[in-house]
Design a protein around this ligand. Sequence first.
Ligand code: HEM
Length: 306
Amino acid sequence: MPYQYEDAILAEASSDASFLFLTVDPAQKQQVIETLKNIPQLVSEQRQLFPDCELLGLVGISIHGWRALFGDKPTPAELTEQPSLKGPLLSVRDIPYDLVLHIRSLRRDATHSLALTLYRAFRQSVTLAQQTDCFKYLDNRDFTGFVDGTENPVDDQRRKVALIDQDSELMGCSYLNLMEFVHNLPKWEAEPLKTQEDTYGRTKADNIEYASADKPLTAHTKRTSLKDENGNSLEILRHSMPFGNVERQGLMFASYSKTPQHFNKMLRSMVEGDDQGNVDHLMAYTQSEGASLFFVPSANFLHRLA
Ligand code: HEM
């Protein structure tokens, strides 16, 4: 299949990624809009410089960015602030970034080159609020030592889960939920293997899912495997990756979906728990300053921006 812009959402896991969180200068919004329109073209050009690197990139716009750029123009249907949550182990608030660039590839130099190209294309009409550079750890494990991404949708289901398929101007667009988690690894590593495995509801070394009846109600995979009222699974397409240095390590959680509501329901189930107060015990070993929701325009949508 020839490359398409939305491969940045749909393609399999990469071994390297960068997330650049940007703030828009409202006085230069026209420059920002012009740059947004050019992003698919700029990604294509950079791919030619790094032909074997599966270089991918896209931009997301938050409600804050949308208002700064387009004022009162109606927002994409489900673009809101990230709803606040408060639980015994974790609280969540909206982090008001305007834009995000999600860039990924098989090589750090390729990722860096595209990040630099896109950032410079904005010609100082944005400022960098935060950059998180990520890398593949072992066989796609989080720093807690567990394989991450196993239950992601596969094949055609990835598109069905991640891209809006209604016949409207939002066709092919997506929503991106981001949340940077910083782990307390000394606390985690002091736990016996059984406690760690119960925390996920999966085995560690060989990554086998527990039988449903054996999963504690506080297991991460129990709290995030949700169904709607018709019994259909709520799905998201995750592209989370580890980041860190020797003092501060964690997971940049990233998920795409045709609606942010699946992520919101999972996060509520993790943070606030069920009627009996069973919250996600993984949150006892990690912390986050908050979350951000972005609308991810298709190449067509970006092209039509005025
Ligand atoms: C499953 C790690 C946060 C949603 C998993 C798995 C791991 C993991 C290791 C099991 C393997 C698999 O990917 O299927 C983490 C870590 C997190 C984190 C380290 C943060 C510190 C989140 C958040 C959400 C989420 C914030 C959504 C709100 C899911 C879902 C699954 C999953 C939907 C698959 C459940 C299943 O069907 O079995 N996660 N995760 N995760 N996680 Fe997370």
